[in-house]
Design a binder for this molecule. Sequence first.
Ligand code: NAD
Length: 295
Amino acid sequence: KGKAKKAAKIATKAINKAAVLGAGIMGGGIAYQSALKGVPVVMKDIADKALALGMGEATKLLGKQVERKKLDAIGMAKVIASITPTLSNENVKGVDIVVEAVVENPKVKGAVLKEVEALLSDDAILTSNTSTISIDSLAANLSRPQNFCGMHFFNPVHRMPLVEVIRGKDTSEETVAAVVAYAAKMGKSPIVVNDCPGFFVNRVLFPYFAGFSKLVLDGADFAQVDKVMEKQFGWPMGPAYLLDVVGLDTAYHCTDVMAAGFPTRMAKLNDDPVAAMYKADRYGQKNGVGFYAYS
Ligand code: NAD
């Protein structure tokens, strides 16, 4: 009761403008969803090609909304106009919230977060869409860790309801409340979770991927595993296909973080098929070939 009263008293910072760092699978999806739900967004990447892909995907998804008569052409144009693709951090100044969605590498994320924090106003909120990296470890080099938390979306962002809001040891209640409200405004179902490598979902998912890898190492055919999981067990996709959707580069980096965080339970496998795919530049759907080939 006391806690509920306290929560009701928290003044939630209004989120009127957002920025997403990284315009890849996730950043592009998050930018699209934010704009669709009425929060204009700056989408920043270091590669022109990524910005073009991000805008292309948003246009494609909006086209589908128009086809389904959920949006008219003017509405679509307005949403597109509310996404600002950019290569410059300057355009990130003045936003209420930043969602960092760059490559799953603690060093790169640490540098990107520190650089952008310096551009933000004192009350702006900074979040990371990291899949596995501990929020406290990312907060370690920030000046305002109270304004920082995890905001972990799932792929594809426009379809998956869940968002994990990850509370670090220094994250303020105000920050958690504002991020929960922003996720809800985006039409998502947020849950608040404590910090640890992998948070909630990836502590379930990565042991499953490890189980799949061990089966393959024991001689199982990956396509057969998928077939059984999909057709007989009834899951929407099997592990090999899901890894192709996630991106085998991202999955490889996540596996590293999980192994470092849980050295016994998530120990690295010798000859891990995920690592083999990554080392062969087979990243999955994003570059046309992973376990399967895509045209
Ligand atoms: P991705 O490879 O599709 O996109 C990453 C993007 O970040 C690229 O466009 C790259 O150019 C850009 N980038 C790299 N360095 C940058 C920098 N310094 N500034 C701005 N942009 C930069 O990867 P993704 O799948 O979108 O993953 C991004 C993050 O989201 C990772 O932390 C990942 O773990 C997490 N995530 C991924 C999934 C998934 O299923 N793929 C799901 C949830 C969370």
